[in-house]
Design a protein around this ligand. Structure first.
Ligand code: NAI
Ligand code: MG
Length: 359
């Protein structure tokens, strides 16, 4: 009997609801070709509509509801007209990342055939790196507060949290990843010249980890010049590991250098596999284009490929990425407007699904 993977699907808000169906179409096409089953169950929480009805983003028992699935396939959450962004993100995605201890946020950056990089003179093959972002602690903490509110002594403190366990495990993941890639190079992002307590600690742990990986060449860049070099010399990077805040910024900047944020995938991984991992495009709910059927579904579809890779379906995952590349390079008439084409979410999703099905 063929293997069956059970996937919980959470479309969320805005274009999340438009790109998720195309992601599922392509996942099912891959399942058909590669001989496994995919059972998907859709959930209507983690969106503005649910919040309006229930006053919260997730049901209280969300961990039991989702915990038994093999993976989570997520669209995007956020509808600032209805729910303030800090509530929608903290109440859903950040809650899931922490609750399921998805401490690695993995974001590949690759210039695909058929996509013109905004950085002139870079061709496919020149840009191919992965950003590994710490996903559970760091600057994204709720520790802090305000005192003397509303007076001229008003004071605000927000703390950064680094734990040795949290730092070491994400560094180890990144070094393992670098060791398995052909170039075996790792760069860690820091700012120890300015942030004088937490960042020197991060550097210390990274340097100690580097000692254990003699086959990996490792160096560090301060975040400011690192951001500049993503634009000036993106080809020099292989694996880039960063804390939560710097990693968040780099992992939007990286994909932007490789064309459009609409194609960028991401994985929130619980490497010990105690809990399901979550796969989602890098982009948000894009209220400015939502409802028009023109959102690029490639980020969602590529996230689906990462989901299959995580579930052990490497051939199917590679087939999905190859199909994406083939359609981007050879079917200009189906491409969405952000790629310069006249197509729609559905025309692009269908073309990729057909290409997957053709094997
Ligand atoms: P966004 O990623 O939604 O949009 C940024 C820009 O990129 C917009 O101009 C949008 O039209 C364009 N864009 C994004 N995805 C696209 C696609 N697939 N195809 C074509 N164009 C695309 O970021 P923004 O505007 O900062 O945030 C909007 C909402 O999404 C907010 O509520 C925010 O909190 C939320 N958000 C949620 C994320 C998540 O669920 N992981 C991540 C980022 C933002
Ligand atoms: Mg972000």
């Amino acid at each position: 009997m063929s293997q069956c993977h059970r996937v919980a699907v959470i479309p969320g808000d805005g274009i999340g609801r438009e790109v998720v169906p195309e992601g599922l179409r392509c996942l099912q096409a891959a399942a058909g070709v590669h001989g496994f089953m995919l059972e998907t169950v859709e959930f209507g929480f983690a969106c503005a509509e649910y919040w309006q009805r229930h006053g919260e983003l997730l049901p209280p028992d969300w961990k039991d509801v989702l915990g038994g699935y093999d993976a989570l396939f997520f669209g995007a959450v956020g509808w600032p007209e209805v729910v303030p962004d800090h509530i929608s993100l903290w109440g859903s995605l950040l809650e899931i990342r922490r609750g399921f201890d998805q401490y690695v946020n993995l974001r590949p950056v690759r210039l695909l055939r058929g996509v013109r990089s905004p950085l002139r003179d870079h061709g496919p093959g020149d840009i191919d790196f992965v950003v590994v972002r710490e996903n559970t602690e760091g600057e994204y903490s709720r520790i802090g507060g305000r005192i003397f509110e509303g007076t001229d002594r008003e004071t605000v403190l927000q703390e950064t949290v680094l734990t040795r366990i949290g730092v070491d495990r994400v560094l180890r993941y990144a070094f393992d990843l670098a060791a398995a890639r052909p170039r075996r190079h790792l760069t860690w992002a820091t700012k120890s010249n300015g942030i004088a307590v937490s960042m020197p600690y991060w550097d210390e742990r990274a340097a100690a980890m580097a000692q254990r990986y003699p086959d990996v060449t490792a160096d560090k860049d301060h975040i400011d010049i690192l951001a500049a070099k993503f634009v000036l010399r993106p080809g020099q990077y292989d694996v880039v590991v960063a804390g939560n805040l710097f990693g968040d910024i780099l992992s939007d900047l990286g994909p932007a250098c490789a064309g459009t944020i609409g194609i960028a995938p991401s994985a929130n991984i619980n490497p010990d596999r105690t809990w399901p991992s979550l796969f989602e495009p890098v982009h948000g709910s894009a209220p400015d284009i939502a409802g028009r059927g023109i959102a690029n579904p490639v980020g969602q579809i590529w996230s689906g490929a990462m989901l299959l890779d995580h579930l052990g379906e490497q051939a199917a995952a590679a087939g999905m990425v190859a199909a994406i590349e083939k359609v981007l390079a050879g079917r200009p008439e189906v491409l969405t407007p952000d790629l310069g084409g006249p197509g729609t979410t559905e025309s692009l999703g269908k073309a990729i699904a057909e290409e997957i099905a053709a094997g």
